[in-house]
Design a protein around this ligand. Structure first.
Ligand code: UDX
Length: 431
């Protein structure tokens, strides 16, 4: 099939790469010329394991190309995926300006029947909006199209695997006939496919992310209870998760959810529910609990070091989670800013996110390894649970630090083991 993917961000790039790998001819277009140039030089604008290889393979076999010529690519395609950014506005509402701009461009290039697919995460009702924008822009010219919602559930760091082996594929289409066309595209993946109306598909995406965010806030609040009651959150969440009705995933207590999706999607669902007259109070509390995480965690550092001025704090991990260089809503930013505001000196290391971090956190010292970060530090703070931090040489770290204190925001380590190496060890929800 001939496919056009509008947008070469996370979702667009992974979608384009995977569809081309499944044998389709894919043109991935973006208005950002510099990004397209980079992609044409074989360089990825983001760090995502496996992406570079799959892109290179399909470009070489002429199934995947990148350009800024959106109109031409739309003209040549049967299916057009809108994969542009949908940032949050101040009030939590989703900014749909990139989606409507893409819809207008599509309208200007309609030269026959096309299926327009919303893959960007958009509030319920956006399918209708896209249909209206295209209809208004090309007038009553008889050129025909349908709008489908086909949300993605890709996790950064595992996006290729998630795209090739999804838990489910959601196709929200105006008719069976249109849905069947999308099904053709996904048939080889062998994943369960749910066909719905457009609105339900849009809502499924938000409900999924909001539910996962709720699990995280729930377990973090239970972790607070553990801290006060002397219980252990690791045992509590393991036992909770063994109940099949609850499920064990997304029950890791820590610093709260961050990243490019959960924070904005939860706010967006609260906002669009409000517009529909539904007060989603439960989700508002999910946000409140999440917003409290950093203060509570930094509070532990202040309790141990009441005077912060000129304390050297080593931060291990800057990205919002492992296996990505994405700094959007990364907990490192809030923690570092809070410590810097009371006079601490920050040294930091991340295996891949230091380049993206530099512009956001320009005034800290970037180190080449965890050991350099530990040198002369009053304390180390684990912010991102990179696997490489699991196997650190603890004797060496202790020898390098000024005081052997670890604040582990991700419960990466076994407290007994850390203490047996002479560390003072603080984590989340554990005695
Ligand atoms: C998420 C969804 O999982 C994905 O389906 C959607 O399409 C995009 O948003 P992503 O943002 O890549 O993916 O990250 P995810 O792995 O879901 O983690 C989100 C946040 O929750 C991270 O900040 C992570 O550290 C945190 N988290 C996750 C926890 O604090 N505890 C957990 O148990 C799981």
């Amino acid at each position: 099939m001939r496919i056009c993917v509008i947008g070469s961000g996370y979702v667009g790039l992974v979608t384009a790469a995977v569809f081309s790998d499944l044998g389709n001819e894919v043109e991935c277009v973006d208005i950002d010329g510099a990004k397209v140039e980079k992609l044409n030089a074989g360089k990825m604008p983001i760090y995502e394991p496996g992406l570079e290889e799959i892109v290179a393979r399909n470009v070489k076999q002429n199934r995947l190309s990148f350009s800024t010529e959106v109109d031409a690519a739309v003209t040549r395609s049967e299916i057009i995926f809108i994969c542009v950014g949908t940032p949050a506005m101040e009030n939590g509402q989703t900014d749909l300006s990139y989606v409507t701009a893409a819809a207008k461009t599509i309208a200007g290039s309609l030269n026959g029947y096309k299926i327009v697919v919303n893959k960007s995460t958009v509030p319920v009702g956006t399918g209708d909006l896209v249909r209206r924008v295209i209809t208004e822009a090309h007038g009553n010219s008889g050129r025909d199209f349908d709008v489908v919602s086909n949300p993605e559930f890709l996790r950064e760091g595992q996006a290729i695997a998630d795209a090739l082996k999804p838990d489910r594929i959601i196709v929200g289409a105006p008719s069976k006939k249109v849905a069947m066309k999308l099904l053709e595209l996904y048939a080889t993946l062998g994943a369960p496919i749910i066909i719905t109306d457009v609105q339900s598909a849009e809502l499924i995406k938000y409900a999924s992310n909001a539910f996962l965010a709720m699990k995280i806030s729930f377990i973090n609040q239970v972790a607070d209870i553990c801290e006060e009651a002397g219980a252990n959150i690791i045992d509590v969440s393991k036992a909770l998760g063994l109940d099949k009705r609850i499920g064990g995933m997304f029950l890791n207590a820590g610093l709260g959810y961050g990243g490019s999706c959960f924070p904005k999607d939860v706010l967006s669902l609260i906002h669009s529910s409000g517009e529909l007259g539904i007060d989603f109070g439960l989700l508002k509390e999910v946000v409140n609990v999440n917003n409290n995480r950093i203060d509570r965690f930094v509070g532990k550092i202040h309790n141990r070091f009441p005077e912060m001025k000129d304390r050297v704090i080593g931060i291990l991990g800057l990205a919002f989670k492992p296996e990505t260089d994405d700094m959007r809503d990364a907990k490192s930013i809030a923690i570092i800013n809070s410590l810097v505001s009371v006079g601490a000196k920050i040294k930091a290391y991340d295996p891949v996110a230091m380049d993206s971090a530099r512009s956001i956190l320009p005034d800290i010292t970037y180190c080449q390894s965890p050991y350099e970060t530990a040198e002369g530090a009053d304390a180390i703070v684990i912010v991102t649970e990179w696997r490489a931090f699991q196997q650190l040489d603890l004797e060496k770290i202790r020898g390098l630090m000024k005081t052997p204190v670890i604040f582990d925001g991700r419960n990466m380590y076994n407290p007994e083991r850390k203490r047996s190496f002479g560390f003072e060890y603080y984590s989340v929800g554990r005695p």
